[in-house]
Design a binder for this molecule. Structure first.
Ligand SMILES: Cc1ncc(COP(=O)(O)O)c(C=O)c1O
Length: 398
């Protein structure tokens, strides 16, 4: 009797997985998790066909830079493949400290902590500092890792409408002065390509007594002096308490970072579960990020090329009458408004050799179903021409 009850309750969970509609649809239409045969820069080979990659976040195109590739190899040769444990137990390595110092100096911050994924870093940037009884004010379109950080913190969350300082101001009016408050926004919104209205948002946050966290995963390497990011772009370093982000985009590595005052980073290293109980970033990944940081400070041509490509690409999409949701950055959505249209558009692009990714509700707000594309400095003129031809074809299929 007891056994059969256990079997029954276990079955509930197994059936949940078996009956999941989203999984069934994913397996039927196969839009995600394609296994590419090979890659060279923006060119991939998929099921025997050459294609142009238009959905990765290799904004500066450094993932195939010879110095970055060499650094990866040197890192592994000098330190092995992994630290095989968390820094609290196995200790840090000289390259962790060197990377953190380099990144902190680049961002104009006292200290920095790097971890194994941007997701982990950004989640910890919220979860480590907020706690039960606090109020977190979050832009409604922030990344899932920040929402997870809010949930883990046990703080109360209040969302304000996307990139809308006035809404934030209104909400703050009704919050008691004595409540500890955190403002959480992104620098550049990954789906929309919008630049956060940081001057107004941080000012309102400061007037309301908010501790401010900015996730600049998509602004780093793209905006600001030499790619120092959105906070630098607006010269707001003194208004942002924690600046976090990812090293898997412009820095052509994997891993993430949290930066701030020495005091705050020391506190995070003592209290963040994601930091204490997760293995350190590997030697080759730290070396790749470090090499990319050097390159972005010495080779301005990548950033220049990125913006030149972005402008050309956006103009081309506008010429075709496509809705890019007002994107201001190399992260460019093509909003089509329904999952059926998105699927057809995506397939048409695939047919013409352009690889993109679909993003449909609930990952995006209802009616904003879109194809997410991102321009790279590595896209050649010929790539852009092929992309333009594929877009024209896809538009005609609608
Ligand atoms: C805004 C934002 N924050 C954090 C992350 C997580 O970074 P990673 O993919 O390096 O874990 C992403 C990734 O897409 C992101 O877009």
């Amino acid at each position: 009797m007891a056994l059969s009850l256990f079997t029954k309750t276990k079955k509930v969970i197994i059936e949940r997985a078996q009956d999941d509609y989203a999984t069934k649809m994913r397996l039927k239409y196969k839009p995600y998790y394609h296994a590419m045969d090979s890659q060279q820069g923006t060119h991939i080979r998929l099921q025997g066909r050459d294609m142009i990659m238009l959905s990765s976040n290799d904004y500066l195109g450094l993932s195939f830079h010879p110095k970055v590739i060499e650094a990866c190899g040197e890192g592994a040769k000098a330190w092995g493949s992994s630290t095989t444990g968390a820094r609290i137990s196995n200790g840090s390595r000289a390259y962790h400290v060197a990377l953190e110092e380099k990144l902190a100096a680049f961002l104009g911050r006292e200290a920095c902590h790097v971890s194994v994924a941007g997701y982990v870093s950004c989640c910890s940037a919220v979860a480590s500092f907020a706690q039960k009884g606090d109020l977190v004010l979050a832009d409604k379109n922030i990344h899932s890792c920040l929402w997870d950080g809010i949930r883990l913190s046990m703080a109360t969350a209040e969302r304000f409408s996307h990139n809308n300082p006035e809404d934030l101001r209104q909400i703050l009016k009704s919050v008691p002065h004595s409540t500890p408050k955190m403002l959480v926004v992104e620098g550049v919104y990954s789906m929309e390509g919008h630049i956060a209205r940081l001057p107004e948002l941080t000012q309102i946050g400061e007037d309301g007594g908010c501790f401010t966290v900015v996730d600049d995963a998509h602004g780093l390497g793209v905006l600001g002096r030499q790619g120092r990011g959105t906070v630098d772009h607006f010269k707001l370093n003194d208004k942002v308490d924690i600046l976090c982000g990812s090293m898997s985009k412009s820095l052509a590595s994997t891993g993430g970072f949290v930066s701030g005052s020495r005091e705050l980073i020391d506190y995070l290293r003592t209290n963040s579960k994601q930091t204490l109980f997760s293995a350190a970033i590997s030697p080759s990944q730290a070396a790749a990020a470090s090499a990319s940081l050097d390159i972005i400070q010495t080779e301005p041509q990548h950033l220049q090329r990125l913006w030149r490509n972005t402008k050309r690409y956006r103009e081309m999409l506008k010429g075709l009458g496509l809705d890019t949701w007002g994107s201001e950055t190399p992260a460019v959505p093509i909003v089509l408004g329904s999952k059926e249209l998105v699927y057809r558009f995506w397939q048409a692009l695939l047919e013409k050799g352009v690889f993109t990714v679909m993003s449909i509700a609930p990952a995006v707000p209802p009616g904003k179903d879109l194809i997410r594309t991102a321009v790279s400095a590595l896209h050649s003129d010929e790539d852009l021409e092929k992309i333009a031809a594929a877009m024209e074809y896809a538009v005609k299929q609608m």
